[in-house]
Design a binder for this molecule. Structure first.
Ligand code: C2O
Ligand code: CU
Length: 498
């Protein structure tokens, strides 16, 4: 089924006859990408991230040294304590050169994406946030199981006003690949560039030759590089905002870099787009998924195609077993000569792999212990959309009152949730503050490991098993930001155990 068909089906489903305009994207030409050099330079702040030398006492394990990411600017840790990370982060509007256009953006610390924040499991992280935007905002730490007071939920935290500041402070409980973004008018603020990656390292993880964070996005601009108005079209209300420019780490894709035959790398992928699900084709190396939203998975699996919904993360082990070119390409719908929508590959990342004749080593990823849990409760959740007086309204379980909790669970409860999407538009469902596993899914892709975001395809049912171990008030919403803005946003209350 093409996106166009999906669009038509959905339009019928909500009883609306507007044409499903605007779906095929016009993509920028392939040679508009950044130069290779930018990607090769080590992060300027790499030194500041290096932990002090190991204590001379031989009984102590050597101090863990945070890896340097080859393709990212890194936030500077101002605290010399190896178990505390303290950074300053400020949000501000500026203009950036994107594909030769001067584009007005809002970003963290002047870069797109915002600087990579790094810590190791158990570290205390302090982020001194300064809001230099003209509007209020918060920061949500997508995927971190921290206190709801620090989660950037604007119903709990008074949003940080223009010129205001706030100190976020939390302990990072688990290793994994995460990201941060606002939770106030997120369909505008994230689209404008407010997002950045965050990695919590497990010092016991195998060491690789290079780590890279692939931050994938699309943005919708007019020919002059100005953002088109937000939520101003019916297709955008229906499908979310699909951009016409694909970004790889903040610049027009593809991002290019050098690698060498025999090398083994870890690539962490996050989709920060407002709405677009990326289907990625991987070629030119051996790729295995080794981690996802909730960190390492038990059994790594080989992939040549990966579906990444907005908000989700996948970590790949990349083994360069041949010289040539290794690529990550996105399948995107385009118009062919006959005017039909077809899927075409579009390069996002391209590595030039130098010949060495060496074979990449084999990494034995230690298995992840999973304690089985019994199900305490069965619940259902439904997704639908209706035509309201002011346009499309998206709903979770038919709820129209955003103040009323969707569910209340007790801390420690394991809930099997059957999620049914009653219409044709897909919804990447995201739950704050907890993990879940996917028990059944209609897609032909493996969905393993602990997740915080699952794609619920159109007219389909997905079953999850959610572990409500983190008490508090938690947002639960569609990560298509336009859907969330139009009602697909609720709250799950987890009452603390005595
Ligand atoms: Cu990525 Cu509610 O967030
Ligand atoms: Cu949705």
């Amino acid at each position: 089924m093409t996106r166009w068909h999906l669009a038509v089906a959905l339009l019928f489903a909500v009883g609306c006859d507007d044409p499903p305009a605007g779906d095929p994207v016009e993509l920028p030409s392939l040679d508009a990408g950044p130069t290779a050099d930018a990607a090769l330079e080590p992060a300027p702040d790499a030194e500041a991230e290096i932990a002090p030398d190991a204590a001379p006492d031989a009984a102590l394990p050597p101090a863990y040294t945070l890896p340097t990411f080859a393709n990212m600017a890194t936030a500077v840790d101002l605290d010399p304590d190896p178990d505390r990370v303290e950074i300053e982060l400020h949000a501000a509007g500026t203009t950036l050169d994107i594909g030769g256009m001067r584009v007005p953006v809002r970003v963290y610390d002047g870069t797109l994406p915002g600087p990579l924040i790094q810590a190791k499991v158990g570290d205390e992280v302090v982020v001194r946030f300064q809001n230099d935007l003209s509007t209020a905002t918060t920061i949500h730490w997508h995927g971190l199981r921290i206190s709801d007071q620090m989660d950037g939920n604007p119903r709990i935290q008074e949003p940080v006003e223009a010129d205001g500041s706030f100190e976020y402070r939390f302990v990072v409980p688990e290793a994994g690949s995460f990201w941060y973004h606002p939770h106030v008018r997120s369909h505008e603020q994230i689209e404008q560039g407010l997002y950045g990656p965050l990695v919590v390292h497990d010092p016991a993880d195998p060491v690789v030759d290079a780590e890279r964070f692939m931050v994938i996005d699309d943005i919708l601009l007019d020919e002059g590089g100005r953002p088109l108005p937000y939520l101003a079209s019916h297709p955008e209300e229906m499908h979310g905002r699909h951009g016409n420019i694909l970004l790889a780490n903040g610049d027009v894709a593809p991002q290019t870099f050098d690698a060498r035959e025999g090398g083994v790398e870890r690539w962490r992928i996050v989709n920060t787009a407002n709405a677009r699900t990326f289907t990625l084709r991987l070629s030119g190396a051996q790729f295995r998924v080794v981690a996802t939203d909730g960190g390492r998975i038990d059994a790594p699996y080989a992939v040549e195609e990966l579906r990444v919904a907005v908000g989700q993360r996948f970590d790949l082990e990349v083994r360069y077993d041949a010289p040539g070119e290794a690529m990550v390409e996105a399948e995107v719908p385009v118009l062919d000569e006959a005017g039909d929508v077809v899927l075409a590959p579009f390069p996002l990342y391209r590595a030039t792999v130098a010949a060495t004749g060496e074979a990449p080593r084999v990494i034995d990823w230690p298995p992840v212990e999973v304690a089985p849990r019994g199900v305490d409760r069965d619940e259902v959740m439904t997704f639908d959309g209706v035509n309201g007086p002011s346009g499309v309204r998206w709903r979770i379980s038919g709820l129209d009152d955003p103040e009323a909790p969707l569910y209340t669970f007790a801390e420690g409860e394991t809930v099997r949730m059957t999620i049914t999407n009653e219409q044709a538009q897909e919804h990447p469902f995201h739950l704050h503050g907890q993990w879940f596993r996917v028990l059944s899914h209609p897609d032909p892709y493996p969905v393993v490991g602990l997740k915080d975001t699952v794609l619920v395809p159109g007219n389909a049912t997905v079953e999850i098993e959610a572990y409500f171990d983190n008490p508090g008030r938690w947002m639960a919403h569609c990560h298509i930001l336009e859907h969330a803005a139009l009602g697909m946003m609720g709250e799950i209350v987890v009452t603390p155990a005595e």
